[in-house]
Ligand binder design. Sequence first.
Ligand code: MYR
Length: 201
Amino acid sequence: MPPVAPRSGDAIFASVERVNAELFTLTYGAIVRQLLTDLEEVEEVNKQLDQMGYNIGIRLIDEFLAKSNVSRCVDFKETAEVIAKVGFKMFLGVTATVTNWDAEGTTCSLVLEDNPLVDFVELPDTCQGLYYCNVLSGVIRGALEMVSSYLNGRLGLSVDNLVSMKTEVTWIRDMLRGDDAFEMQVKLVKQVPEEYPYKDD
Ligand code: MYR
């Protein structure tokens, strides 16, 4: 019998990570499949996935800020880079590219060439209107709503102002629909001043 070479700690860690990622991908697929059975209408499934993502996002931001050690972003451009390079890496294991900025610096695209959520996925013709990855857009919307950002003078706010970011996140490209990448457009629609949680008197 050939000797079995002992695996290094790194190799074991990598294979555990791969199994976890596959389990996550398959579990997500099972959730989408169940929603399609329960809700029947693809549009309803899209809404439900977005809502699920939003609920995850408003909780996940605490973990993100605690683990990532990122400091306050000075503007939305920096926030987008943090999501693409740190957030996606932390929760999805891949990074995104930030592109297609508008002149105001309030709308951009996050482009994913590699998306572990769709490994093993092929959509049947009956699901053509489905935004399979809608959970991701919901996560971003939810997470940003919970983030207070110190904004610079460009937005007409003093740097001490605390605001919460309301965004609209829409899919522009989707590889499951035959596009060459996944592209989400993130639009900052409103900066909502945060309520100071304590009364002064
Ligand atoms: C700031 O603006 O002060 C910091 C903003 C950091 C926002 C990070 C949001 C992380 C969202 C993670 C998305 C993961 C998707 C899989």
